[in-house]
Write a protein that binds this ligand. Structure first.
Ligand code: HEM
Length: 226
């Protein structure tokens, strides 16, 4: 096995399973063992300004669409898609809607970064992880949009390799990484950074995505109940 093959299998064959395992264990640990209360790390009580009012809904709207785009786009078997539309149409939808949603999220996170870095009161309350994760997500969105730009210039066959790879991982195909071994480095950086975000997720404020609905469901947040 060449050194390139070794790195490709490490990052696109093993890393996905390592990251998802770390993510699941980290989330369960924080939900059950670490703490049962939702901590008010929100800065909204400090200042609800224009940057927040526009940035937060723009970012969340865009990133939720991107999330569903990833699930639908990467994990739906091509044979199932073809019942409803040609694969070329799916690629066109992925490029146009993906770029639209991604640009929305980018605009939103830009406003949130301005607020976090340049508002003196917000700056004083932020921890290192707040700054780190917001920059990592901004980088991820930029890499994602660059990937979509590459997709708009590549062939349908190249586009589909990412679906075959992701679905190969779901079925524990040992050589799934080979599908994307020759993909452009921009896609690869996007995927590696994406799994890095998964690993960090339980230790950052991104945990609010699972914490708020789960704690609400099990009524663990007594203050909220009162
Ligand atoms: C780790 C798992 C991830 C994988 C395998 C993945 C894969 C991809 C791929 C293949 C594309 C190009 C889509 C195309 O061809 O048009 C893309 C685009 C994109 N990704 Fe990811 N991604 C991951 C995680 C993330 C995360 C965590 C974020 C955001 C925080 C993100 C944000 C984006 C954005 C904004 C785009 C461009 C718009 C779009 O096509 O949806 N990705 N991703």
């Amino acid at each position: 096995m060449s050194f390139a093959d070794y790195l490709n299998s490490l990052f696109f064959g093993y890393l996905p399973y390592i990251a998802l395992t770390a993510f699941i264990i980290g989330v369960i640990y924080h939900l059950i063992i670490s703490d049962k209360n939702v901590h008010a790390t929100s800065t909204m009580f400090l200042k609800k300004d224009r940057l927040m009012m526009w940035g937060s809904p723009m970012f969340h709207f865009g990133i939720i669409l991107v999330f569903f785009g990833h699930i639908f786009g990467l994990l739906t078997p091509p044979a199932l898609i073809e019942i409803f539309m040609p694969l070329a149409t799916k690629r066109l939808i992925a490029i146009t809607m993906g770029a639209g949603a991604g640009l929305f999220a980018l605009g939103g996170i830009f406003l949130l970064i301005l607020r976090r870095f340049f508002d003196i009161r917000i700056r004083r309350t932020g921890s290192f992880q707040d700054y780190f994760i917001i920059l990592l997500i901004a980088l991820q969105i930029c890499l994602g949009l660059m990937s979509t730009f590459y997709t708009s210039r590549s062939t349908l066959a190249d586009y589909l390799t990412f679906d075959f790879w992701a679905q190969g991982l779901v079925w524990f195909e040992p050589n799934a990484w080979r599908y994307i071994a020759t993909a452009d480095i921009i896609y690869k950086l996007h995927i590696i950074n994406g799994f890095f975000i998964f690993i960090l997720f339980p230790y950052t404020k991104l945990m609010h995505m699972v914490k708020v609905p789960v704690l609400y469901m099990f009524r663990a947040n007594k203050v909220y109940n009162k």
